[in-house]
Design a protein around this ligand. Structure first.
Ligand SMILES: CSC[C@H]1O[C@H](OP(=O)(O)O)[C@H](O)[C@@H]1O
Ligand code: HPA
Length: 245
């Protein structure tokens, strides 16, 4: 069976149910990962968990060392990653607490270390990224959601912004015109780095709020926390069914 890792984001700093058997503080040629890699038993399967923003949550999205995180997971033999991510909902289906399994990404980030192929000695390498998420893992997550009786959006385009600020109304309007259904700040370069390392990667996106300008008023952290509470409980059920299968 492939070695599976779960990367947790906002609202998932600790993975409930994980019986931890090993803690690895890994060093990589790219620096230090966000936190210890926790290996343990989750519903009978060995899983490695990493808190993307650190534990406690202290690293903002643009400061995450994505290369160290992904390289560290590769060093531990990981072949599959499910990334859990909080997002804002842009299109009508993507209301708060909804879960989506995106199939596409648009990258609006800048100034992030986004590739392993940049040294003079490296051959020039252009990975294929036509389908940024693993179809195999996406299908598994969609089936797991059906088994858990949780309605999810089986498709969606994740737009990744630089953060840490939230977006303006005009930025969200532009992203919607571009075809984005969801907005988050960590999907890239995480997904591309996984592909560069040959690790299968899919995301469980949990909608925390309507994106900027989609409702009257401003976005509050209280609203985000409330919706994430429900959304993360559902994400946990989906992961449980995914592992059971
Ligand atoms: C207002 S919460 C924004 C924060 O939450 C998301 O984190 P993650 O993708 O790690 O769950 C988003 O990308 C931002 O980093
Ligand atoms: O509205 C948002 N924008 C960007 N990232 C997010 N993560 C949760 N909500 C949002």
């Amino acid at each position: 069976m492939s070695r599976l890792a779960i990367i947790g984001g906002t609202g998932l700093t600790q993975l409930e149910g994980l019986k931890i058997v090993k803690r690895d503080t890994v060093t990589t040629p790219y620096g230090r990962p966000s936190a210890e890699f926790l290996t343990g038993d989750l519903y009978g399967r060995e899983v490695i968990f990493l808190a993307r923003h650190g534990n406690p949550h202290s690293i903002p999205p643009h400061k995450i060392n994505y290369r160290a995180n992904l390289y560290g997971l590769k060093q531990l033999g990981v072949e599959q990653i499910i990334a859990v991510a909080a997002v804002g909902g842009i299109t009508s289906e993507m209301g708060p607490a909804r879960i989506a399994i995106p199939d596409q990404i648009i990258d609006y980030t800048y100034d992030r270390k986004h590739t392993f192929f940049e040294d003079q000695d490296d051959p020039v390498t252009h990975i294929d990224f036509t389908y940024p998420y693993s179809q195999n893992l996406r299908t598994g997550l969609i089936k797991a959601a059906a088994k858990a009786n949780i309605q999810v959006s089986p498709l969606g385009t994740y737009g990744c912004t630089q953060g840490p600020r939230l977006e303006t109304t005009a930025e969200i309007r532009r992203m919607e015109r571009d075809g984005c259904d969801l907005v988050g700040m960590t999907g890239m370069p995480e997904a591309a780095l996984a592909r560069e390392l040959g690790i299968d990667y899919a995301a469980l996106a949990v909608v925390a709020n309507w994106a900027a300008g989609k409702t009257e008023g401003e976005i509050t952290m209280a609203e985000i926390e409330q919706h994430l509470h429900k959304g993360m409980a559902d994400a946990g059920e989906i992961l449980k069914q995914f592992i059971a299968a």
